[in-house]
Design a protein around this ligand. Sequence first.
Ligand SMILES: NC(=O)C1=CN([C@@H]2O[C@H](COP(=O)(O)OP(=O)(O)OC[C@H]3O[C@@H](n4cnc5c(N)ncnc54)[C@H](OP(=O)(O)O)[C@@H]3O)[C@@H](O)[C@H]2O)[C@@H](O)CC1
Ligand SMILES: Nc1ncnc2c1ncn2[C@@H]1O[C@H](COP(=O)(O)OP(=O)(O)O)[C@@H](O)[C@H]1O
Length: 332
Amino acid sequence: MRRTKKYTLEQVAALLPWPDDAANKYSRGKVTLVAGCADYPGAACLAATASQRMGAGYTEVVCAPQSVSAVRAASPSLVVRAWDELAAYAQLDPDERGAAMAPLVAPAAPGLAAPHHPARSARPLYAVPRPKALGPARPKHPLAFLVGSGFSADDALSAQLTCAVLDGAAAPVLVDGGALDALTSPEGRLLLRRRFVDGLPTVITPHAGEAARLAAPLELPTDDPAQLALLLSQAYGVTAMVKGPTTYISDGETVVRMSDGTPALAKAGTGDVLAGMTAALLAQKLAPVDACVLAATLHARAAQATAKRLTSICVVAEDVVAAIPEAIASLS
Ligand SMILES: NC(=O)C1=CN([C@@H]2O[C@H](COP(=O)(O)OP(=O)(O)OC[C@H]3O[C@@H](n4cnc5c(N)ncnc54)[C@H](OP(=O)(O)O)[C@@H]3O)[C@@H](O)[C@H]2O)[C@@H](O)CC1
Ligand SMILES: Nc1ncnc2c1ncn2[C@@H]1O[C@H](COP(=O)(O)OP(=O)(O)O)[C@@H](O)[C@H]1O
């Protein structure tokens, strides 16, 4: 029996992260996006500009070297650099990275069984320098990471970068797009379990095709998307936002149904926008389900508003980013 949870519009509006008078760009939350391979710089541009509009104080993009100039051109206020240092680190064997990775050489037990590793705080220091992109091991300011928008799922580097972020980020991580497939590997599952035990939130944002790929190795039924969100959340130890004409959000106990979208959103790149918005809210300290609910509500409202002007035929993902302020105003 699954429990459904409902948010009133007032409850959603109360989640809006208005900056306080003493805010600075770091106190408002930093988002680091590891996103945008050489083939898909656009996904990084969309997610990053959506993060800025959703209130993150500092949005940084760590992308393929070939994507740097395209992402810089998307917005001068983004901080953009190539992922060379992170990629070199991510491609090291676990034992080359140091004793911190030792638990990964043990066989992964299925499910969310009790961990066979020390808590994160007790883990030893890395044997090689920690890449700057992973942020501090003990963050002073609020942070969140987004990994995978504009990754190619079939590129080995996508899985390596995803695991490096899941392992090294001492903050919430949102896993999207071509990073999701990495979660089905023994290393991906063990890292998710370790984050769960360490109390570090992980959010996944699959569309139906990606959700089916996450369900397949665990033989989870995929016919009911609400149930699928619940089962994926429980099996992977994450908050799951399963996207579609109706979107379902689950923390493994309850399911929230989001049905105010529009088919205007059925265009390439709108999922990248939603991922950037959600990551920005995680960086502004919203709890994972709250961040998903507020982001999905504003995403739907932004699309509705822009479809009114441009028609549901013409809306593109950039229009949804541009309409985020209007969506926020409509809630407040
Ligand atoms: N401008 C950019 O840079 C953009 C970059 N992007 C980035 O590209 C990367 C790849 O993402 P992607 O969604 O294009 O491909 P991917 O998930 O591998 O699809 C494989 C198969 O899955 C299925 N399938 C797909 N969608 C489905 C759905 N809603 N519901 C049900 N099934 C669905 C479908 O299978 P079929 O139905 O054809 O059998 C499809 O052939 C990713 O990192 C993303 O961030 C995009 O965001 C676009 C804008
Ligand atoms: N028919 C529809 N009605 C409402 N929302 C939709 C519809 N089709 C797609 N969406 C929304 O659009 C977004 C598409 O995301 P996704 O499939 O990941 O696209 P992309 O990978 O191209 O960014 C999701 O938020 C989804 O809920």
